[in-house]
Design a protein around this ligand. Sequence first.
Ligand code: CU
Length: 68
Amino acid sequence: METKTYSVPNINCIHCVNRIEQALLAIEGVDFVEADLVSLNVTVDFESPADDQSIRQTLESIGYPATV
Ligand SMILES: [Cu+2]
């Protein structure tokens, strides 16, 4: 299990938080997602077959690209 935190500046309301959490939890291997409306950070616990690339691609595909 790996944990990564992504900086996602496009988060601006609870709707964004829910959208991000649902999209990332739909990736096989993602076990926990927490998107924070204040820090604009998204923390993800994941294991194979999920990886950093699939998480970043999913964030980008729903309009919330990670800058870090
Ligand atoms: Cu929003």
